[in-house]
Design a protein around this ligand. Structure first.
Ligand code: NAP
Length: 483
C-alpha cells in the first residue's frame, strides 16, 4: 500500500472506498497533490462503529501483553519507514522534515511506551476492614471509543490516543483531520500490518461535521477523545453529554512566556523564538504572548526581532528551512486577518506581517514570522488564538504584573517562565493557571511520559499521555471477596 496515491478508509479490517474522494495538496506548493482520500460518509461511520463493537469481546479478552506486542510490532514497522512517513507529513502539513521526523519518532515511542503498559496495567489492592475479605479493583476497557484529531500533529496526536485506548482493551474509530489525514493513515497501516485483528481499529476520513455527528450518535460508542478547536470541542461536548458519553477535550490556547530581567538573556530569546515560530506557530503549546519585565523590555524586543528576521521560511523539505507554510488557505487567511487586526491595535509589526509570494513561495501558504510590540492585555491579538507565526510582545512592570497578565485569559494550556530566581519559579509553578509549564525551556516541546493537557477553557476531562491516559480509557470494576 505504501506507494498508492488513493488512500482508502479502513473498516472491519478492509481497505474500503465508496467512490467519492477528496484531494490533499502540499501547502508549500499547491500544484503538488499529496494524495486522494476516500471521503467517508455517515454510513461508513456507522459501519466502522459496528465493526468496532463486533471486535470488542475478543480484543478486550486478549491478554494485555499480547495487545502490547502488536503495538511493539507497529512501532518497529514505523521505525523501518521513518523517513518516508516523515516526508509524507512534511508534504501534507508543511512542517520541516526534521520536525516531522521528530514527530514520527515520538509516535514510535508512544506505541512502545503503551505497549509496555500491557505488562504493567495495574489495578488497586487494599486491606479490608473485615476479616478474610479480599478486596480489589481491576481495570476494564470502556468499549468502543471515538478519536477525533487535528492536523497540526497529524501523527503524534492520533498515536497518543490510539495506543492507550488499545492497550486498555478498547476498540476504536479514528476520524483524522481532513487537512492532514495521511500521517494517521500510516499509523493505521502499521497496526494492520502488525497483525491487529479486524475491526479493532477503524479509520474513516472525510468531513468533520457529518462524520463527527455520526460518530457521537453511533449506538456502540462509549467515549470520545477530541483534540481541536474550542468551537468544535464545545459543540461535541454538548452532543456527547446528551448520551452521557465519557469525553476528553484538548483545545485551544493563548500561551504566555514570562521573561524576567534576571533571565539568561540569550536563552530566553532563543526559547521564545523557538516556541513562537517553529512549526509555523501551529502548535497548541506555542508561545503567542511574551510578557517581558520592563527593565529589559526594549533590549529583549530588539533581540527577538533580530533573531526572527533570520528565520528561513520555505518548503519544509528543503534543508535549512526553519519555518514552513500555514497548513491551508483558510488557516493562512485567518493568520493574515489577525495581522490586520494587530496593525489596527498595536501599529505596524516590528518584523513580518506579509504573505510571502516571491518566486516559488507564491505557490504555497507562506506568512512571514511576525512580531507585534507594545501589545496590551485588552487587544484581540493578546486574547484570541491565532494559530500561526504571530508573536505579541507585552510589557510588565514586574513579576506580579506579568503573572496577572499571563493569567488574565480564558485559556490555560501551556505557559513558560524564563528566570534564574528560584522563588519566582515556584511562585509561577503554583500560581500559573495552565496545565503544562516549562521553566527556562520553550513553552512547546513536551514528552509522552507525563500527563498532557490544559485547564480553564483549553481542556475538559482527564489528561492525555503518561499514566494519566489509562484513567480515561479504562474503568474500575471493584470486587469484595470472602474467603
Ligand atoms: P478543528 O477544526 O476543531 O478540527 C479538529 C477535528 O474535528 C478534525 O478532525 C475535524 O474534521 C473535526 N470536526 C470538524 N467539525 C466537527 C464536528 N462538527 N463534530 C466533530 N468533529 C468535527 O481543529 P483543527 O483546525 O484541526 O486544529 C487546530 C486547533 O486544535 C487549534 O485550536 C489548536 O489549539 C487545537 N489543538 C489543541 C491541542 C491540545 O492538546 N490542546 C493540540 C493540537 C491542536 P475536519 O478536519 O474534517 O474538519
Amino acid at each position: 500500500m505504501t506507494d498508492v496515491l488513493l488512500f482508502p478508509n479502513y473498516i472491519d479490517g478492509q481497505w474500503t472506498g465508496n467512490g467519492a474522494h477528496f484531494e490533499n495538496r502540499n501547502p508549500a506548493d499547491t500544484e503538488r497533490v499529496v494524495g486522494r482520500f476516500v471521503k467517508g460518509t455517515a454510513g461508513d461511520m456507522q459501519a466502522a462503529a459496528a465493526a468496532a463493537a463486533g471486535a470488542l469481546p475478543a480484543w478486550a479478552s486478549l491478554n494485555a501483553p499480547a495487545r502490547g506486542a502488536i503495538l511493539f510490532k507497529a512501532a518497529e514497522l514505523l521505525e523501518s519507514r521513518l523517513q518516508s512517513v516523515a516526508e509524507d507529513m512534511t508534504r501534507e502539513e508543511g512542517k520541516t522534515l526534521p520536525e516531522a521526523k521528530g514527530e514520527v519518532r515520538r509516535s514510535i515511542n508512544i506505541f512502545r511506551y503503551f505497549g509496555g503498559e500491557g505488562s504493567r496495567l495495574d489495578g488497586l489492592l487494599v486491606p479490608s476492614e473485615r476479616d478474610r475479605v479480599h478486596m480489589f479493583a481491576l481495570r476494564k476497557p470502556l468499549g468502543v471509543v471515538g478519536l477525533i484529531t487535528p492536523w497540526n500533529f497529524p501523527s503524534a496526536i492520533p498515536a497518543w490516543k490510539l495506543a492507550p485506548a488499545l492497550i486498555c482493551g478498547n476498540t476504536v474509530v479514528l476520524k483524522p483531520a481532513s487537512a492532514a489525514p495521511l500521517s494517521a493513515w500510516r499509523l493505521v497501516q502499521a497496526l494492520d500490518e502488525a497483525g491487529l485483528p479486524k475491526g479493532v481499529v477503524n479509520f474513516v476520513a472525510g468531513p468533520g461535521g457529518e462524520l463527527g455527528q455520526a460518530l457521537v450518535e453511533a449506538p456502540a460508542l462509549k467515549a470520545v477523545s477530541f483534540t481541536g478547536s474550542c468551537q468544535i470541542g464545545n459543540r461535541l461536548h454538548a452532543e456527547a453529554s446528551k448520551r452521557r458519553l465519557r469525553i476528553q477535550l484538548e483545545m485551544g490556547g493563548k500561551n504566555p512566556t514570562i521573561v524576567l530581567a534576571d533571565a539568561d538573556f540569550n536563552a530566553a530569546v532563543e526559547n521564545t523564538v523557538n516556541a513562537a515560530f517553529f512549526s509555523t506557530g501551529q502548535k497548541c503549546t506555542a508561545t503567542s504572548r511574551v510578557i517581558v519585565e520592563d527593565a529589559i523590555y526594549t533590549r529583549f524586543l530588539d533581540a527577538v526581532v533580530e533573531r526572527t528576521r533570520k528565520l528561513k521560511v520555505g518548503d519544509g523539505m528543503a534543508p535549512g528551512t526553519d519555518i514552513g507554510p500555514c497548513v491551508d488557505q483558510a488557516q493562512m487567511e485567518t493568520v493574515l486577518r489577525y495581522i490586520e487586526i494587530g496593525r489596527g491595535e498595536a501599529g505596524a509589526p516590528k518584523t513580518g506581517g506579509r504573505r510571502l509570494i516571491d518566486g516559488d513561495l507564491a505557490k504555497g501558504y507562506f506568512v512571514e514570522p511576525t512580531v507585534f510590540a507594545d501589545v496590551t492585555p485588552g487587544m484581540t491579538i493578546a486574547r484570541e488564538e491565532i494559530f500561526g507565526p504571530v508573536l505579541a510582545v507585552m510589557r510588565a512592570r514586574d513579576f506580579e504584573d506579568a503573572m496577572g497578565i499571563a493569567n488574565d485569559i480564558p485559556f490555560g494550556l501551556s505557559a513558560s517562565i524564563q528566570t534564574t530566581n528560584l522563588s519566582r519559579v515556584f511562585e509561577f509553578v503554583y500560581r500559573m493557571e495552565a496545565g503544562l509549564l516549562t521553566v527556562n525551556l520553550p513553552s512547546a516541546g513536551v514528552e509522552y511520559q507525563l500527563p498532557f493537557g490544559g485547564t480553564k477553557e483549553s481542556s475538559f476531562g482527564p489528561k492525555e499521555q503518561g499514566p494519566a491516559a489509562l484513567d480515561f480509557y479504562s474503568d474500575y470494576k471493584t470486587v469484595y471477596l470472602k474467603y
